[in-house]
Design a protein around this ligand. Sequence first.
Ligand SMILES: Nc1nc2c(ncn2[C@@H]2O[C@H](COP(=O)(O)OP(=O)(O)O)[C@@H](O)[C@H]2O)c(=O)[nH]1
Ligand SMILES: [Mg+2]
Length: 436
Amino acid sequence: MHIVCVPLATIITVILCIQLTFTTQSFEFCGKDFDTAGCNEPSVTKSVPRYVLYDVNPPEGFNLRRDVYMRMAIFVKKLKKFEDCHLVLPPWGQLYHWQSTDVGRQDMLPWSLFFDIPSLRKFAPVMEMHEFLQEFGSLMLDVVYVLQHYKGMWESNQWVQKFEIEPCHEKHRYSRSENGMYKGWFWGYPNITATEVHCLSFHGHASHLKGVLQNLKARAVMFDHAEVALHDVFGDALYWKARRSMRFSSGLVKLAGSFRMEYLNSTDETDGTVRPGDWTKEKAHSDVTGGPYMCVHLRRKDFLWGRPKQVPSIRGAAKQMKVHLEQLGLTTVFVATDAPLEEFEELQRHLQEYQVLQYEPSQVVKHTYKDGGIAIIEQIICSHARFFTGTYESTFSFRIQEEREIMGFPPENTFNRLCGDGEEKCSQPSRWRIVF
Ligand SMILES: Nc1nc2c(ncn2[C@@H]2O[C@H](COP(=O)(O)OP(=O)(O)O)[C@@H](O)[C@H]2O)c(=O)[nH]1
Ligand SMILES: [Mg+2]
């Protein structure tokens, strides 16, 4: 059933539309292209907001998820010009890398644990899951679109934005229960269900998802595998605004600040990294000095077998660190790492003439902020170092580089990575410079 609600409708029409919405079982959308003639009217009136929910491919880590958030935030920010809508922040949980067993539960975590929500809101109309559930008043989402790549898309050299409902290429996480509703993985909430689930082959920028919503009556629409949608524009001013709005929660910033002051002789005043509390007031900076230490992001674990040629041995990493420390005239190195303690101690043994530090959280900090928060504290500490070197293709390292770009460090002190032991020519990371 396909019903078009006319914009600027009278109250009666609005009520009629709402009623029809709830009786409509199939949520159809206009053509493949949202610019198709006749498909331009916003289908949701001001008084009936749309809630855009999303999730990401389960094995993806925290820092790729942050990138997917930016794509969705930019999409919904643009969508807001056409209809009343909100982006629901997908609660964090059950990430592959969050393996600590002594920190309590690590699921259904709100974004406020890690990020400053008022800062996010200055960029896009976001809300936490609990706020959505309260406002929406139902645990039943209208429709889930499981995004998937078109088959054979990578072989074709034509770049056209398109989408359509197709048979699912892979088994998804939802199944129909006796009452006809779909159950499945909804960020760990056992009671959330969906009325419809479709696989949607999608090729294009995240904002092209607007076409899916065109004339769609559904109010709570979820996009699973949102990582399939690409950045509208990678690296433009809007991209960096979205990035700058991702300020960390004040508790994490404070903890990182205390560590910097106590162990690294580093404060924003002395390092030249004082920033306005409001990111929208932030100006371009250059030649920031940073604290008197170097930071290394030493990614281990799955990267050891995923990228064996580009990830050095501990001895190899220590050798490279020594060269940097000598060149910089520094004696302190902070190490952000997912390495087990034995590997960190081995690193210290190779660097005995230097102070080699790691962040060691208290039990209270671990319980409060969990694996995700500890990793962010380490990222903040690295962001303030005089010199940073990371790990090949690690999104954890990339996010540190972005943070340093925002603060205005010289690019040569930011876009570096450790080379693999046998790498003859070790290419350095692309310099994705900030744009204001
Ligand atoms: N505390 C801490 N955790 C890390 C570090 N490096 C990686 N991790 C953990 O491992 C995850 C790696 O996944 P991801 O964020 O996708 O980054 P990537 O896999 O390196 O691209 C992080 O989110 C952290 O949970 C580190 O230096 N310190
Ligand atoms: Mg990862």
